[in-house]
Design a protein around this ligand. Structure first.
Ligand code: TRP
Length: 352
């Protein structure tokens, strides 16, 4: 492939929350494997400016940025191979977001799912303003996301289904800009969403989808630095809700959270074996032990590196600064072109 047609993958991770097992199997593991298995150009970044929309607790945003950085590096992200940076370090991103805001119809943003969902809740609540609790950040969230993507002319954006609309909006915004300002030589590439149907959606402790908002997650490396991560994992698995069937009773694996999570870690042969054990009778305690060993076997080496990084934030800061420098080599140039295209440029050249 030539440079011009090479795939460029870009994705952002919002820094609100501490990574859990669902994030690991649904996003972290597949993203790192995909980078290891092909030579696509890859940009991964910590979306800390996006985090401010959901989370206005300064300590929580900072702690999350630290834990997410440590998690991705510990799980094998190679910062030499991937451009890995913090969104807020690339100061051209919010600048581009402003230019795009000025060229994006408000009506387009009115249709954004996240915003509409909040308006619907407010409308259904008596005596409540339709815009109650909605910040300008939430309203223009897709524009900032478009700036993230268009800044680097990403061709492919791996996202969950809930984000597809945002990628479509980024295409829309890119098209409008190209049409208005850069017809001959389009400024922006129209990005495509990449949705992987095979990545597992994990079930949480209570049987619903594993999600921070349900408080039913299994922490990946533990979310309390005072508590040993392995013990925290064991404790969380012990809390998985099961029914009251006795050990010798045959059990339906397809109704079991333990089996569901095991599936995301086991080989096909191991899975088949577990299916048989369910059919012939297995105690819930034993099933949980097997699940714990399987998960721990995969993540224990990563946990060691995670603990090391968490204790040595300087190492991570250096990596992020290096990533920001790499990213800014492009973003400075792109922003210079954008400024010129919209009419923001020096009145005359000054002799030095
Ligand atoms: N909004 C995305 C999410 O919540 C995170 C994100 C921010 C992102 N900017 C992005 C994802 C750019 C892909 C590309 O999951």
């Amino acid at each position: 492939m030539t440079e011009a047609t090479k795939k460029r993958i870009l994705t952002g991770i919002t820094t609100s929350g501490i990574p859990h097992l669902g994030n690991y199997v649904g996003a972290i593991r597949p993203a790192i494997q995909s980078v290891q298995n092909n030579d696509d150009d890859a940009f991964f970044f910590l979306a800390d400016l996006h985090a401010l929309i959901k989370c206005q607790d300064a300590d929580a945003v900072h702690a999350s940025t630290k834990a997410i950085t440590a998690t991705w590096l510990a799980c094998g992200l190679d910062p030499e191979r991937v451009t890995f940076y913090r969104q807020s370090d690339v100061v051209e991103i919010p600048e581009l977001a402003w230019v795009l805001n000025c060229n994006c119809a408000k009506g387009l943003m009115n249709r954004a799912h996240a915003y509409k969902a909040q308006v619907d809740i407010n409308t259904a609540t008596p005596d409540t303003d339709p815009d109650f609790g909605i910040s300008m950040g939430l309203f223009s969230y897709p524009v900032l996301m478009a700036a993230d993507i268009l800044m680097f002319n990403a061709t492919h954006v791996p996202v969950g289904k809930d984000q597809i609309q945002h990628i479509e909006m980024a295409r829309d915004i890119a098209g409008t800009f190209n049409f208005k300002y850069s017809k001959e030589n389009p400024m922006f590439v129209l990005p495509e969403a990449m949705v992987d149907e095979d990545t597992p959606l994990l079930t949480g402790l209570d049987g619903r989808k594993m999600s921070k908002s349900y408080g039913n997650t299994i922490p990946l490396f533990g979310d309390d630095p005072q508590v040993d991560g392995e013990k925290a994992l064991k404790k969380a698995i012990a809390r998985i809700v099961t029914n009251s069937q006795l050990p010798e009773e045959p059990k339906n694996p397809d109704e079991s959270t333990i089996f569901e999570i095991y599936k995301a870690f086991a080989t096909p042969a191991e899975l088949e074996q577990m299916r048989q054990r369910f059919a012939t009778g297995i105690g819930w305690g034993e099933a949980k032990d097997i699940l714990f060993d399987k998960i721990n076997g995969e993540i224990a080496p990563f946990r060691e590196r995670y603990n090391h990084l968490m204790a040595n934030p300087k190492e991570m800061e250096e990596i992020l600064q290096m990533g920001a420098e790499k990213a800014r080599r492009e973003s400075r140039k792109r922003m210079e072109k954008v400024r010129k295209a919209v009419g923001i440029k020096p009145l005359a050249k000054l002799k030095k």
